[in-house]
Design a protein around this ligand. Structure first.
Ligand SMILES: NC(=O)c1ccc[n+]([C@@H]2O[C@H](COP(=O)([O-])OP(=O)(O)OC[C@H]3O[C@@H](n4cnc5c(N)ncnc54)[C@H](OP(=O)(O)O)[C@@H]3O)[C@@H](O)[C@H]2O)c1
Length: 313
């Protein structure tokens, strides 16, 4: 598995590297979807961070809206305490009341404060929401790159067409589009069908795969008889879970051929084999350790083929 190179927005387009797997931190401080404070708390999150970084997972994804700033605050604190060198990606949410370029700079400054840093490595537009066209946000991004507050520019949840428009707009300022973060897993194969992945690979845009474990469903811990709660309960109903159980059985079988790799590790390895950088969320040491175990080995072509055929309904 190769280290991913990121195009960098400085003159000459130098590059920096990110680990082939990242750490997702939506759950860090989020009560609404992930029930932060129930079943996991600050110490678990700290352990997840420490174990990940120790295992070489140093690319950390967050957003201003995760836990309403709590996720960024955790990361800032951990990096300050440990002095670890991490690559930080955060996101700007284009809320409908944010209508000027200045609002991006203001939000970024607040993120930098929570992260206790002078710049972020990757700044992403979280969603392609109206009313402000991406053209304006790309211009605002180019400004903050030129001011040294951001190293590389990314988008998230952009379709192929939206991504190409962002790419062209940034090119006018001689800045590459570094990444597009989209939902991608054995349960969500749209980015292949729409040729978004191919386009990313052709243009040197790194596809970052979010929810690569289908919000935990591909770990094998949830089933028809042990359903998740909240949002995940609504998203993954009985029928989907039945199909997932079958898929998890196959993941387990394949994992056994690789010395007992878990379903989660096989599912993550598959996303890397497809040329994406997965950013699984981890709430505690055990999850972080297991997810990092997706590194250092590779599925065979035959195994990828059979997973392709069994998934993606
Ligand atoms: N750009 C966007 O719009 C967007 C949207 C969603 C996510 N993201 C990013 O992508 C990251 C990952 O996505 P995600 O958190 O939605 O889903 P995910 O990575 O597919 O699943 C994460 C959840 O699965 C469970 N889990 C993780 N590793 C496990 C393991 N080894 N064994 C057992 N259970 C495990 C945990 O929840 P339980 O323990 O509760 O089961 C964990 O919170 C987020 O943290 C965020 O950084 C971005």
């Amino acid at each position: 598995m190769h280290t991913q190179h990121f195009s960098h927005g400085t003159p000459g387009h130098s590059v920096f590297e990110i680990s082939p797997i990242g750490l997702g931190t939506w759950a860090w401080g989020d009560k609404m979807v992930w029930s932060y404070g129930t079943g996991y708390a600050d110490d678990d999150i700290r352990d997840a961070y420490l174990i990940s970084v120790h295992a070489g997972v140093t690319f950390i994804d967050t957003a201003e809206v995760y836990g309403w700033g709590a996720s960024e605050r955790f990361i800032g604190k951990f990096i300050k305490e440990t002095g670890n060198e991490c690559i930080i990606a955060t996101k700007f949410m284009p809320f409908p009341w944010r209508i000027t370029k200045k609002s991006l700079r203001r939000a970024l400054k607040r993120s930098l404060k929570r992260l206790q840093t002078s710049h972020v490595d990757l700044y992403q537009i979280h969603w392609p929401f109206p009313p402000v066209p991406a053209r304006v946000w790309m211009d605002a991004m180019a400004d903050v790159v030129e001011d040294g507050l951001v190293k590389a520019v990314g988008v998230s949840n952009y379709s192929k067409e939206q991504m190409l428009r962002a790419y062209d707009q940034l090119a006018k300022r001689n800045i590459p589009l570094a990444s597009n973060q989209v939902e991608y897993s054995l349960m969500m194969r749209e980015p292949e069908k729409t040729r978004l992945l191919d386009t990313c690979h052709r243009l040197g845009i790194t596809p970052i795969a979010y929810s690569p474990l289908a919000m935990g469903m591909l770990t094998g811990k949830y089933s028809v008889s042990n359903r998740p709660s909240g949002l995940r309960n609504r998203r993954y109903g009985k029928n989907k879970l039945k199909k997932i159980e079958k898929l998890v059985g196959l993941l387990r079988e394949i994992g056994n051929k690789h010395g007992g790799k878990s379903p989660a590790q096989v599912a993550l390895n598959w996303t890397m084999c497809k040329g994406t950088v997965p950013i699984p969320g981890a709430k505690n040491a055990k999850q972080a350790e297991q997810n990092a175990g997706a590194l250092g080995w590779k599925l065979t072509e035959d195994e990828i083929e059979i997973l392709d055929q069994t998934s993606g309904w």
